[in-house]
Design a protein around this ligand. Structure first.
Ligand code: FES
Length: 91
């Protein structure tokens, strides 16, 4: 994890209940091809629902489509699992 010299993370990503991921701090946003995307500001909301017309940024469409994702990490039915792709099966 990247940290500043003060012990704080360089960037913070916050999940918003049934909405975007809010990214604050010192970050670089890139396409899958490695091209840099100019966010135009220091704080951005990244689409999590996949329906924004301005992906990767959120345009508020998640509200219109009733997107549901909660705000907390999905830890699986036992509450212990690591749900990241490629993670070992927690069972
Ligand atoms: S999360 Fe807001 S438009 Fe997708």
């Amino acid at each position: 994890m990247a940290h500043t010299g003060s012990g704080e993370a360089a960037a913070t990503i916050t999940t918003y209940e049934d909405g975007p991921l809010l990214v604050r701090g010192d970050f670089v946003l890139r396409t899958s091809a490695g091209e840099t995307i100019d966010p135009g500001r220091a704080t951005v909301a990244l689409c999590r629902c996949g329906k924004s017309a301005i992906r990767p940024f959120c345009d508020g469409t998640h509200r219109a489509i009733g997107f549901r994702a909660g705000a907390e990490p999905d830890r699986g039915p036992d509450g212990r699992g690591d749900r990241r792709p490629g993670s070992p099966d927690p069972a």
